[in-house]
Design a protein around this ligand. Structure first.
Ligand code: ZN
Ligand code: ZN
Length: 326
């Protein structure tokens, strides 16, 4: 990983601004969209289910559903129930997002605040066992350890935005105090985490890399320290400077971030990311693959049976599988 004393903050700024992570988060990283897609993969398919089980306000839900249909991730469908009911199902483009959904389910289970109705367990129909999703290198199949990643930064001018504001400034949202994946993580947090991973550990480095006003950044960093996503300590050389480090909870988000970046690069933008991870053990570009902790096979959306605390199992996504296999 980059070393804070030698970090080229301007390069980090350009790389973050043109990263597929940043673009992916802009499209899909808001709290409700993440929950909606998570719910879809866990068996929800109708407006009232998302509204009641995930607590998504009606107006917000209509708006997000419209956007997801426009993005080609959901498709309206009439389910032949009695009476027939309008619902939505995930397209092949959405099914390719399944690895990041598994990563966020796992993070939620370990670190989230758990006030949304998530499955307590996932069963892998291929091997017939309950499993945890594992992030491995698609090339050498080794489980990812953060220290095994080297990152090359190659700003991609095709993904540059017309304005000159920093990568995080365009992510500001309408002031929802606690929004995001685990209700305490939002797109901002993920960009801050990315900047720290890329070697920015001090306030001035983070402000420059993210292009945000110091007052806003100060509030954000304090919030992240308070909820356990960053650790702050006095710098060994200069006690007035504060040094920021990742915590186990924020390191736990890297799997989601890598899967989202990869999906955005391949299925949404068709552009390489400016942040290029290399897996040291095999020397190849790191391509994320999510496998079953029991049988080590890749986990596909239609081979997972979510089990809820009530003991109720959601239906397997047979309809989606038909579409993909067609
Ligand atoms: Zn590898
Ligand atoms: Zn398995």
């Amino acid at each position: 990983m980059a070393n804070s004393s030698t970090v080229d903050v301007e390069l980090v700024r350009q790389a973050l601004a043109t990263s597929t992570l940043h673009h992916g988060l802009r499209v899909l990283g808001d709290r409700w969209t993440v929950q909606l897609m998570l719910g879809t993969f866990m068996g929800l398919k109708r407006f009232d289910q998302w509204h009641v089980q995930l607590g998504i306000p009606r107006h917000t839900l209509s708006e997000r559903l419209r956007t997801l249909v426009q993005l080609g991730l959901l498709r309206p469908r009439l389910y032949q129930e009695r009476p027939p009911r309008q619902g939505y199902h995930a397209t092949a483009k959405a099914l390719a997002m399944f690895p990041q959904t598994l990563m966020i389910w796992q993070w939620e289970r370990q670190w989230g605040e758990r006030d949304i109705a998530l499955p307590v367990r996932l069963e892998h129909l291929l091997c017939g066992h309950g499993f945890d999703p594992r992030l491995v290198c698609a090339c050498c199949d080794q489980e990812l350890q953060l220290q095994d990643l080297q990152v090359r930064l190659q700003p991609n001018s095709a993904l540059a935005e017309p304005d000159t504001t920093g990568p995080a400034s365009r992510l500001s949202t309408s002031g929802a105090p606690r929004m995001g994946l685990g209700l305490r993580v939002d797109r901002w947090c993920l960009m801050v985490i990315a900047a720290v991973v890329l070697g920015c550990h001090y306030f001035d480095e983070l402000a420059q890399a993210l292009g945000i006003a110091p007052s806003v950044l100060a509030k954000r960093l304090k919030g992240m320290v308070d909820c356990g996503l960053l650790e702050r300590s006095a710098d060994a050389q200069d006690a007035r400077r504060r040094h920021y480090r990742l915590t186990p909870a924020s390191r736990g988000l890297l799997g989601y971030m890598m899967c989202l970046s990869d999906w955005t690069a391949h299925y949404h933008l068709d552009q390489p990311s400016s942040i290029v991870p290399v897996h040291s053990p095999c020397g190849q570009l790191f391509k994320p693959k999510v496998v079953c902790s029991h049988c080590a096979q890749p986990v596909l959306a239609w081979q997972v049976q979510p089990v809820y605390a009530s003991g109720q199992a959601a239906p397997v996504h047979a309809a989606q599988a038909e579409e993909v296999l067609a």
